[in-house]
Design a protein. Sequence first.
Length: 282
Amino acid sequence: MVGKLPYIRRSVISEMSVGLKDMFPVEAADMSLRDTVPEKDQPSRQDVWKMFDRIAHHYDLLNRLLSFGRDVAWRKKLAAQVGPNQRQVAVDLACGTGDILLSLYRYCPQVVLGLGVDMADRMLRLAKTKLAAFNSERPIPTSLLRADACALPLETASTDLVTIAFGIRNVTDVGTALEEMYRILRPGGRALILEFSLPSNRLVRSVYLFYFRSILPRLGGIISGDRYAYRYLNETVESFPYGKDFCDLMTQSGFSNTKETRLTFGVATIYSGDRIDGDGKV
């Protein structure tokens, strides 16, 4: 089942589906701010969810076209990095139309409960429809929550797995979002982050940047009617830390065993990190 879309304040979770309300009681987060990229090099992330609302109905099609279908394989590879512990609760941040949750449900039988979090109403409504269709075949208790990844109204140590795909570069403060991900994980839990990155090979990088700067904004603009959204994409990708720099940010936020897995010549990367328990075990 898919829960109703809740409209929440930071301190309130309402209309959660049965079982999830007890699993994720409210607790205010203790957060600190940290800059990761010089502000002058970053497009504004304020209210960026409104842009995703504008392109919501074209979002899945554009993802497939603009990644040449590789985004499907990338999500499957992310699912392959989920730990083996049974009966895991998963929280997907910036869940968009629900593709990461669907990948987890398809490829990770150990995931038995899911929560999708996003600020974009129209994205959440599309996710609700897609998840309901999947759950007609394999019911998995799922709820969708309108909330900010930098101020999650979830209890500390309340989930086993937290994911975010192509969303960490869109948050208003990366350090705060990573600290929130760490906070809600139980000891032994894992964070998996899928994000665009820059290829290390100079030739591949040149072709990639030409595509991102010149072709993607035009093609994305024609299909979605919002060229700014795809200019924003290439600008945020080019200014965002990746590789070891991003792993270092995860380590600073408390994660252990951080590593990167480069995909498709390095145009995307999966980052993973664990929350270690008191005995040093995961």
